[in-house]
Design a protein around this ligand. Structure first.
Ligand code: CMC
Length: 392
């Protein structure tokens, strides 16, 4: 009943109020709680940004210590999850494993599921942020058939993730500070992005009062698609398929062809009609990492640079305002670090968990929030007489 606006894909619907993230898509501006993404990515670490997103202010040293302490003391997952993991096929995609395992967390941590209790909400938030790297790294180790590595509480968030990915019981992973800093920065750049598809999914799931573990599992499912978080994996597959800078023109041509479903992955954005500010920082980080590893002549980087150059000058891309987005360079950095392509989106999910949970908490605290219930334009049959089975 009542009037509503038909807005497929929500291009002009503001679904909520939020004080967390601000985007000016025309100007290419992204801010969290009023701080520019450039300032945060340059001067903060991921835990500081997590505190900012969750609490609204940058932490002082004591507040940061408390958050880090809370997170590091929730990094282990229930031992039974180890067994749960073993139920998956070894070749399962890490995002499939993450959807399942994160959803199952509510079956393990039901002592913090009263969403009306702020202490429960905070414990669940800490648990999710702390356990995501463990679950992601375990999904990878499991696919390799290697022993699962337990978290190390003496390491920082990004370092601990690299440790769980690459150490083995017989070999420590030597942390390279440039790579650890790059990983931390990638986490910052992916931490939140206002009401994107996965965050809106988390909010919609949560609007019914569902528990945060279930809501974040829904967010992971939405993030998986190639139009969203799955794009970082798709970019790398595309660069490999292109194979040589001399073939970039051919693929740009295909991307412009209306009869060809191919799109340049890592280009375009629903909100940014300018260079994605995250992509600029990501490109810088990519160069830093490749230089550190002596890979400045990486053939995939050359293809990416060529592609970016062509696309930024090409009439089609200029006219449609299609610029590189956050996913364009992140895959190259991950690959250089030795992270397999199938893990890229799992890393995005790990970082975005902070934003998802901050947005979920904000929604639960918002007294105006009721269950989300979009309407539809009905296009089916008008009323007609029922036909019994023997007459059909
Ligand atoms: N390559 C070629 N053409 C494109 C591309 C592209 N990457 N992106 C958009 N277009 C064209 C599209 O064909 C359409 O043309 P026309 O107006 O003639 O029909 C026009 O640009 C507008 O595109 P749209 O699909 O209506 O725009 P959207 O806001 O619905 O989609 C998008 C945004 C990000 C899904 C899309 O740009 C895309 O598919 N990009 C490639 C995938 C990608 O990189 N995704 C990561 C997004 S950023 C991180 C994240 O969200 O996780």
């Amino acid at each position: 009943t009542g009037y509503f606006t038909y807005d497929p894909s929500y291009t002009s619907t503001g679904s909520c109020q939020s004080a967390i993230t601000y985007i000016d898509g025309e100007a290419g501006v992204l801010m969290h709680r009023g701080y520019s993404i450039e300032d945060l990515a340059t001067n903060c670490d991921f835990m500081e940004v997590a505190y900012l997103l969750l609490h609204g202010e940058l932490p002082n040293p004591d507040q940061k210590y408390d958050l880090e302490h809370a997170i590091t003391h929730h990094t282990m997952v229930h031992e039974q999850i180890h067994k749960f993991l073993e139920g998956f096929r070894r070749d399962a995609h890490p995002m499939a494993v993450m959807c399942g395992v994160v959803g199952a967390l509510s079956a393990f941590y039901h002592d913090s599921l009263d969403i009306n209790d702020p202490r429960h909400r905070m414990i669940s938030s800490h648990r999710l942020i702390a356990k995501m790297p463990t679950i992601a790294a375990w999904a990878y180790k499991y696919s390799l058939g290697q022993p699962l590595m337990y978290p190390r509480n003496d390491l920082r968030y990004a370092e601990n993730f690299l440790h769980m990915m690459f150490a083995t019981p017989c070999d420590t992973y030597r942390i390279n500070p440039v790579l650890a800093r790059a990983m931390d920065r990638i986490l910052i750049l992916h931490a939140d992005h206002e009401q994107n598809a996965s965050t809106s999914t988390v909010r919609l799931a949560g609007s019914s009062g569902a528990n945060p573990f279930a809501c974040i599992a829904a967010g992971i499912a939405s993030l998986w698609g190639p139009a969203h978080g799955g794009a970082n994996e798709a970019v790398l597959n595309m660069l490999e398929e292109i194979g040589s800078p001399s073939r970039t023109n051919e693929f740009v041509k295909r991307a412009k062809d209306k009869d060809d479903p191919f799109r340049l992955m890592g280009f375009g954005h629903r909100v940014y009609k300018n260079y994605d500010p995250r992509a600029k920082i990501m490109s810088r980080t990519c160069h830093e990492v490749l230089e550190e590893l002596g890979m400045q002549k990486d053939p995939l980087l050359e293809i990416a640079l060529e592609l970016e150059k062509i696309a930024l000058e090409d009439e089609y891309f200029v006219e449609k305002k299609l610029y590189p987005n956050v996913d364009f360079y992140s895959g190259l950095i991950f690959k250089a670090m030795g992270i397999p392509t199938s893990m890229f989106t799992a890393l995005f999910a790990t970082a975005r968990t902070v934003g998802w949970i901050a947005q979920w908490s904000e929604m639960v605290e918002d007294r105006d929030q009721r269950i989300g219930r979009p309407r539809q334009l009905y296009t089916g049959s008008t009323a007609r007489p029922f036909v019994p089975m023997d007459q059909r």
